[in-house]
Ligand binder design. Structure first.
Ligand SMILES: N#Cc1c(N)ncnc1-c1cnn(Cc2cccc(F)c2)c1
Length: 298
């Protein structure tokens, strides 16, 4: 049977939000943030899941929340199975390792993107204008080159689901100068801390996206954080400038899809078992490399 994955449904709890690969449910005082094994490539969700992907991304978020909590408070309350309500422990054992019980935040309607390397839409914009999101950059930079300093390029979720870059001035209009400047500062600080840690482990975190909210007027880090779904992870040994470096986690899937006569529109094609297993191994290796611990027992 193919390892297909459907949206998570949970008995007795209301779903309040869903993304490509994650769902949020209302537990009353808190929220339940669930990561599925779904994987997307070229912005299309594949019908075949990657075993343990949701567990890896959840446990990576838990690691990074702890690693960064001296800089910024976070919304994670617990990722321990024993802390789930009893009816969920009994009826949804598949949640083990892939959920977070989180505080309810008053979310800012802005995605806080930090770019440390010149790649993707940033590279394309730089080639045309010498700047990224209106931020001028030195001339002569190569594709995937490390930027002199990380840049903050906020975005909003467009109606078609894609991220739309906005100028910092619009972020100020949306949430006020005090919060906009505070989010820019803390986003760059936590990206730098994480990127430095990852580089020591042989992983380049090229860019990432944070989401924040407020609790009692205080800024709190929400969503997932510094996962391969919210960030570009590159293996350092394969990192080169001048082309798009291979993705730590998704390269097997991307390379396989490029061999198909597929027009990159939904539905995505089923993934062969060897691609699934190879990708699952990349995710678990990524977790062990970044955290220095094993997923076994989670
Ligand atoms: N995190 C968080 C969070 C929180 N702690 N409190 C209140 N709201 C949110 C919240 C609401 N939507 N999102 C985006 C999002 C993320 C993941 C999956 C989705 F479907 C949608 C985040």
């Amino acid at each position: 049977m193919s390892n297909t994955v459907t949206e998570v449904a949970l008995p007795g709890v209301q779903k309040v939000a869903s993304g490509k690969v994650r769902e949020i449910f209302d537990l009353g005082e808190h929220l339940l943030f669930v990561a599925s094994d779904r994987i997307s490539a070229f912005d299309v969700i594949m019908p075949t899941g990657i075993p343990n992907k949701g567990k890896v991304l959840t446990q990576l978020s838990k690691f990074w929340f702890g690693h960064l909590q001296d800089i910024v408070p976070h919304h994670l309350i617990s990722a321990d199975f024993d802390d789930l309500p009893s009816e969920l422990r009994e009826q949804a054992p598949f949640l083990r390792g892939r959920f977070m019980i989180v505080k309810k935040l008053e979310m800012f309607p802005v995605e806080c993107v930090v770019r440390g390397y010149l790649v993707g839409s940033g590279w394309r914009e730089y080639q045309e204008s010498g700047s990224v999101c209106g931020i001028p950059l030195p001339s002569g930079l190569a594709q995937a080159q490390k930027l002199p300093e990380p840049i903050f390029t906020p975005a909003i979720k467009a109606t078609d689901g894609h991220d739309e870059n906005i100028p910092f001035s619009k972020m100020i209009d949306m949430i006020g100068a005090e919060h906009a400047e505070a989010l820019r500062k803390v986003s760059i600080e936590i990206y730098q801390r994480a990127a430095e840690h990852a580089l020591k482990k042989g992983v380049v975190i090229a860019d990432t996206k944070f989401e924040f909210g407020l609790v009692d007027g205080r800024i709190v880090l929400g969503d997932e954080v510094l996962t391969p779904d919210s960030s570009r992870y590159w293996p350092l040994p394969e990192y080169r400038t001048g082309s798009n470096p291979p993705s730590y986690d998704k390269q097997f899937v991307r390379d396989y899809l490029e061999t198909l006569d597929w027009d990159k529109t939904p539905p995505g094609p089923e993934l062969p078992e060897q691609i699934v297993q190879g990708t699952a191994e990349r995710y678990s290796t990524c977790f062990e490399t970044i955290t220095g611990t094993s997923l076994k027992g989670v």
